[in-house]
Ligand binder design. Sequence first.
Ligand SMILES: [Zn+2]
Length: 354
Amino acid sequence: MRTCSVCDREYPREEPWRCSCGAPLDYASQPLPDSRPAQFSRASGVWDFADFLPMGERVSLGEGWTPLVDAPEWDATFKLEYLHPTGSFKDRGAATVIAEALEVGADRVLEDSSGNAGLAVASYAARAGLDAKIYVPASAKEAKVRRIERTGADVVPVEGSRESVTAACIDAVENGAGWYASHAWNPAFFAGTATAAYEIAAQRNWSVPDAVVTPLGHGTLFLGLYRGFRALEQAGWTDAIPRILGTQAVGYSPIADEEGSTPDAAAANDLADGIHIRDPPRAHQIRHAIDETDGAAVAVSAAATERERDRLSGAGFHVEPTCATATAALPQFRERGELQDGDDVVVALTGRND
Ligand SMILES: [Zn+2]
């Protein structure tokens, strides 16, 4: 079963892709294991955490178990999500959303993306033998588009804003062109990104950090982390939930703007293209996660993003600009008191440099 995240209406698992009220759907319940195993094989990708995952099918390209490394220059620990098979944390959600597609009998999946989610969904669809059709902005990076095409997926470039790409994909879904494997809408995707939280806790011997920091567009990782840490606490594997801190791009920062934490007079941050989301369908859930964890969101300028991306490269972390917003925001979080001296903080480095 699935339930609406706003009006609680219930639906079968197979369809529709959103509620008749327009809001995103979620699984009616979160599966929780009884007790944790003494150790994990670390050989099954996200499926090492199958007891937390609501689907019976499995697809894997070796995602998950990304390293957690010390970054003293930032007074933080980095979770190297950019080391995933297709270069971003989206592989976690692609593994589970494609498994869900198999479970509901879909034979073709549709997704809209600025790049990373499209490549992840296309790659896992190829692995599972499903057809994929990926809608991308006409302005998307050519290298990324080529890589999507090489999986055998159909790529549909759409002129205009990021919103018009989503609109074109939704039109096709509504017209029966395929099953919507969306990283913004499909709850199966968020079940997968929650595995980042399970791993962080496992890698720290079942202690949770004071805070985790991640770029925030649709909230695909932000909400995954919240849901994952919440499930761990409910299962009794951990005893706290970290503050969840999100970083947005100036000019595309609906959540940070509500919190009054956008720098004045800065130009739009056109570098951080992975989080150019002005109206995330799960905004109500992002706000809820911030309230529940004493979290926060701030907006980061293009200048700070560029500076920080160079600094990360200079330290050996080869990440894309969107990802650099997460470390670029650390001074802001510290100035605002959302991070205190001595806080134990994990920063997700989400996507690799192309
Ligand atoms: Zn509803």
